[in-house]
Design a protein around this ligand. Structure first.
Ligand code: MN
Ligand code: MN
Length: 466
């Protein structure tokens, strides 16, 4: 190539390079990932992530909004909705009517939930019946170690918290699968039909109760649960018990460039947005908001999902306590607000490259990934960011030396997906999807790049502080 063409190319092409090349921040990236991995191992469910996030927020000076009668610039507040979703704010210097800078992620991840009547005995084994939550490939959830997390609430209000299978001294649980020797029929089925939803039953015990009786193994399990937690079978009716992979989140690869762990969709964005907010040094101009929402994986419905009005109520409460609230101010604030919908993106997997279009797919290691639009088949159901707003976000990232890439989820007509973006966009907020690319999304062991995680942290911080 001629020198002139070389030079012109350098000036005109969108350079899409591996971020690890020439990075001066490798040490910082690895340091940050260590804390992220620690956070992941303490926060596998939506309730646990709220607990961990509250701890981080409080250690950085955030207080429940209920502790304030009046708010002023620099105040740091949070609101926790039913232990499952959370909103945080740092009050900015500017008039709040000019809008908010919002980042929103979700704390729930695909998993197996126990049914309301889960316990049964069959063939002298005791089992828990499950109903899967979110989009999973069912075969991935058999023959792996699973842990039990959640709450059992008694009618007197007493709440028993469960976390069994994370400590090395705990037992774990598993769902069995057929041996290949006898799986001829199963192996001939379509992958999606190979494991029936009603066969995702958790094996939890095999010792019968000491005296001769029917369902002696079930009785023995209930007796253990009764002695340990003071519950009877009927108390399981008012419980929320989740099965999640008992594997630890860990550093991955000879070069330790990646992170493997359960629930990185979307806890990777929760951790990066949360630390971005709590690490802000100066009081931001615009009021800075972080959302940790729930139920994203099943459509954001219910009073802890993003579709509920609880977020609006939180912002109203901020307006009340600033002493500025008046009719329609909330709507005006939203119309002037900007948001990054912080959710993971599908990274290019070279083994399955055919589902992606190579010019428009996110690569692990190339930085934070933006999706201008989501949706599927002709952009149906898409939240599509306006070009003006995309330019604003690019400017913030470029001025702050944040490595970013803009892509879409999969080839045209192959599939698609969505995030909470459209819900906030419906309020009049300018929103773009912006998160960390992931491999093996929704599997028990998702993979991310430490480089992208750190760029997300820096990118969110630049956006909130701008
Ligand atoms: Mn997600
Ligand atoms: Mn998801």
């Amino acid at each position: 190539m001629s020198e002139r063409a070389e030079e012109l190319k350098k000036r005109l092409f969108n350079k899409r390079e591996n971020g690890w090349k020439n990075t001066k921040e490798k040490e910082k990236i690895f340091e940050y990932s260590k804390e992220y991995i620690k956070f992941m191992n303490e926060s596998k469910t939506e309730r646990e992530i709220i607990k961990s996030s509250k701890k981080i927020a409080e250690s950085k000076g955030f207080k429940s909004i209920e502790a304030y009668n009046e708010l002023k610039p620099g105040d740091k507040v949070y609101y926790i909705n039913r232990n499952k979703s959370m909103y945080l704010a740092i009050i900015g210097k500017e008039d709040i009517a000019n809008g908010l800078n919002i980042i929103g992620a979700h704390g729930d991840s695909p998993r197996l939930d126990l049914k309301p009547n889960p316990l049964y005995e069959d063939g002298e084994f005791a089992y828990f019946k499950t109903h899967y939550y979110g989009g999973i490939k069912k075969y991935q959830w058999t023959t792996i170690p699973l842990s039990i997390h959640g709450v059992i609430v008694k009618t007197n209000g007493e709440k028993i918290e469960l976390n069994i299978g994370e400590d090395d001294n705990d037992p774990i649980f598993t769902i069995t699968d057929l041996l290949p020797h006898l799986a001829q029929d199963q192996m001939g089925k379509k992958l999606k039909d190979a494991i029936d939803g009603e066969d995702l039953n958790l094996l939890i015990g095999s010792i019968p109760y000491d005296e001769e009786c029917q369902e002696a193994v079930k009785l023995n399990i209930l007796n253990i649960l009764n002695e340990k937690y003071g519950i009877t079978e009927v108390d399981l009716l008012s419980s929320e018990i989740e099965l999640v992979p008992a594997m630890k989140c860990r550093s991955m690869g000879f070069d330790e460039s990646m992170v493997a762990g359960y629930g990185q969709d979307d806890k990777v964005c929760v951790y990066t947005e949360l630390t971005a907010l709590t690490d802000l040094q100066d009081i931001p101009n615009k009021t800075a908001i972080c959302i940790i929402s729930d139920k994203e994986e099943i459509g954001s419905m219910g009073n802890t999902g993003m579709e509920s009005r609880v977020f609006d109520t939180f912002i109203s409460e901020v307006l009340n306590k600033l002493g500025v609230n008046k009719p329609n101010l909330l709507e005006k604030v939203f119309c002037n607000s900007k948001m990054l919908s912080a959710d993971v993106d599908a990274g290019l997997d070279p083994i399955y490259a055919s589902v992606s279009e190579k010019n428009n797919v996110a690569h692990l290691g190339r930085g934070i990934g933006l999706n201008k639009y989501t949706g599927s088949r002709g952009k149906s159901g898409a939240s599509d960011a306006n070009a003006e707003f995309v330019a604003e976000v690019r400017k913030i990232f470029e001025e702050n030396d944040i490595r970013y890439q803009i892509s879409e989820l999969g080839r045209v007509d192959v599939g698609g997906g969505g995030t909470i973006a459209y819900i906030l966009a419906n309020k009049g907020i300018d929103v773009i999807d912006c998160g960390v690319p992931v491999l093996s999304m929704h599997s028990p062991y998702e993979v991310t790049s430490k480089f992208d995680i750190y760029e997300a942290y820096k990118g969110y911080k630049a956006f909130l502080g701008n």
